[in-house]
Design a protein around this ligand. Structure first.
Ligand code: ATP
Length: 432
């Protein structure tokens, strides 16, 4: 078997899309008589600054001879990649390996590419060590994603599907003609096996990109037949080709377990903490709230708890209302990427809600608020001469429940797991 990995073919301004290049390579290989068993669409670390958009890398699994696969892939990349953009640095790696038997160090490289930052030299060292055929343009940064895609199949445990439909080349860069009503109807038909097709709260399709590339729409879900059927139900301009991808989208595989003490920029985490500030809406509509670490029973160290700012940015829309509802003292698990010392929230789980607050007591006779009777002397109603030893507890109505809350589909990162997919450790409150 042969595994072809490729990355970094598109430019923000001019379009193109590495999924399209991979689909074209698959087509040529089939035309040459080879079998293509699957195409992988692997999302790498979303915090990588070199990414054009979604940090995708692609792999093709085929029984084609490695030399033929290399020649076909190179020809397609040379023809299609937007390499005139200096920020586009295509890379190709071809391994004469069984997809499931890629060497351990290549698998470890894939894990790091999803959760950490790598250097071009890290990729070239593996290419040399394993004698993989490779090719690149520019600085060849794309070889990082290409090698990571080669290692993905045995490395990742959870897979989902995306069925991508492509536009006629003469239409690329022009407005897309897609019937929204049919998108919503198809999305309803396929939900919840198919997710993130539309955003019902924002009343907009999210499966149709706004960028100039070749994609007409991409349907994501847990079942290959259902994503295909949902795509077929959408009425639109002509679809000239389509391709099913096996992907790590919607899996949360970028998240690592962390603590508030240990987070560093450029990685994504799942961290536990206690809400330590009232949520604050700042200019631009971004909502910020601080989390602090919770002592594990031993307060004798006297150390200040670690603190981390968390943010729900304006594009996360109604998710910000959830964050605004948090109160000091709530215990949560927060998920997101750490950037400039701030965790960019993708989802959070309420573990424990504060349900009472301490207030100045009211007089049991006249119902008015009591006044302080002096330092450490409790409260008193001067008119009725009643008193109370200290503050009273009042129960709080909370608009949040225990369980997971998430950004809406319109703000979802490709790799982030929608709650509706299940498998979470608490009740879920999915966005549709
Ligand atoms: P495209 O459709 O072109 O693939 P994209 O949004 O996926 O667009 P790229 O243009 O591929 O982004 O840019 C990402 C670049 O970063 C690639 O060159 C890839 O090899 C590299 N890269 C990916 N993950 C890492 C990582 N963890 N560390 C360092 N570089 C990385």
């Amino acid at each position: 078997m042969t595994v072809v990995g490729l990355d970094d073919t598109d430019s923000r301004e001019r379009g193109m899309c590495t999924t399209y290049v991979a689909a074209e390579i698959g087509k040529r290989l089939r035309r040459a008589g080879a079998t293509v068993s699957r195409l992988l669409l692997v999302r790498l670390n979303p915090a990588v600054k070199y990414k054009t958009r979604g940090n995708a890398a692609l792999a093709i699994h085929t029984d084609a001879d490695p030399d033929l696969a290399f020649d076909v892939a190179r020809e397609r990349l040379e023809t299609l990649a937007e390499a005139t953009d200096e920020r586009t640095n295509p890379g190709l790696a071809v391994a004469a390996d069984e997809p499931a038997a890629v060497p351990d160090d290549v698998q470890a490289f894939t894990r790091l590419a999803i959760r950490d930052h790598l250097e071009i030299d890290d990729a070239t060292a593996l290419l040399d060590r394993h004698g993989y055929r490779s090719w690149h343009v520019g600085d060849g940064r794309g070889r990082i994603g290409a090698v990571a895609a080669v290692g993905a199949w045995p490395t990742l445990e959870e897979w989902t599907y995306e069925y991508i439909s492509y536009r006629a080349p003469e239409r690329w860069g022009t407005p897309r003609t897609v019937d929204d009503e049919s998108v919503f109807a198809a999305a309803d038909w396929g939900y919840p096996t198919v997710w993130d097709t539309v955003d019902r709260g924002e009343d907009e399709p999210v499966c149709v990109p706004h960028t100039p590339g070749p994609i007409l729409h991409g349907i994501r879900g847990d079942d290959p037949d259902v994503v295909r059927e949902v795509a077929a139900r959408i009425e639109s301009e002509p679809v000239v080709s389509s391709q099913l991808f096996v992907t790590n989208q919607g899996t949360d595989v970028h998240l690592r377990e962390g603590t508030l003490e240990s987070v560093v920029d450029g990685r994504a985490y799942r961290v536990d903490g206690r809400v330590a500030s009232e949520p604050e809406t700042r200019r631009g509509g971004h909502v910020f709230v601080d989390l602090e670490s919770v002592a594990d029973g031993d307060d004798s160290t006297g150390d200040e708890p670690a603190r981390l700012a968390c943010a729900a940015f304006e594009p996360t829309k109604r998710f910000r209302d959830r964050v605004r509802t948090l109160r000091v003292g709530d215990r949560i698990t927060a998920c997101g990427e750490c950037s400039q010392g701030t965790l960019k929230l993708e989802k959070f789980a309420v573990r424990d809600l504060v349900t009472t607050e301490r207030v100045t007591p009211t007089c049991p006779d006249c119902g008015r608020t009591m006044k302080s009777a002096g330092r450490n002397q409790g409260y008193r109603c001067r008119d009725c001469e009643t008193d109370a030893p200290g503050k009273a507890e009042r129960s709080l109505e909370r608009d949040l429940e225990v369980g997971w809350y998430e950004v809406p589909p319109c703000a979802r990162r490709h790799i982030a797991k929608p709650l509706v997919r299940g498998g979470f450790d608490a009740p879920i409150h999915p966005e549709q």
